[in-house]
Design a binder for this molecule. Structure first.
Ligand code: NI
Length: 190
């Protein structure tokens, strides 16, 4: 078990679509070591999600764990550690919303991205079981951000207004209340 290095924007691997994980290898020693390393790396870097390409492994595997459910985004559903293998996303409603996103592969930066807010996620568990879940709000954004990594896409690609791409310190100084403002405007349009 080991903490792996998270590669950063500019590394070509982050731009390569990852290949589906071969399901016959689920439960193998290599698989267990990879998942265990992803979990350790996620914790070591203090993230809430990590995709295998971020540790230079071009496979369609993502881990997500949201322990601290009270964040600047408001209350987020507690999401226990889970491994998502060969996941797909389906948008199940038209509503979108924007959040400030950060990424372990783009350290020190934040950017405002609009995404669908009601999605279904289909994936395989490490035990080889097909699962289907729904996610809403910020959690839906988290899934889309992580699964984008499997297609070689970074959140920076999805920032529509580059004036809302910021260093973390400037985010805190100038932009930190934008999510609250956005919630207000969302309420008005409901
Ligand atoms: Ni990321």
């Amino acid at each position: 078990m080991a903490v792996r290095e998270v590669i950063r924007m500019g590394h070509p691997r982050l731009r390569v679509p990852a290949v589906p994980y071969p399901t016959e290898h689920l439960g193998s020693a290599e698989f267990n070591e990879l998942v265990s390393d992803m979990r350790e790396t996620l914790h070591a870097y203090g993230g809430i999600g990590l995709a295998a390409p971020q540790i230079d492994v071009s496979l369609r595997i993502v881990v997500i764990e949201i322990e601290n459910t009270s964040t600047r985004y408001g209350e987020i559903e507690h999401t226990p550690f889970e491994v998502y293998i060969n996941p797909t996303i389906t948008s199940i409603a038209d509503e979108t919303a924007g959040y400030w996103e950060g990424c372990l592969s783009v350290p020190g930066m934040m950017g405002y991205v609009d995404r669908p807010q009601h999605i279904r996620v289909d994936y395989l568990t490490p035990g080889g079981v097909d699962k289907s879940i729904e996610a809403h709000g910020f959690l839906a954004t988290v899934f889309q951000h992580e699964f984008d990594h499997l297609d070689g896409t970074l959140y920076v690609d999805r920032i529509k207004d580059l004036s809302l791409f910021s260093f973390e310190e400037e985010f805190v100084q100038f932009h930190a209340d934008i999510n609250a403002e956005d919630e207000d405007s969302a309420d008005k349009t409901d």
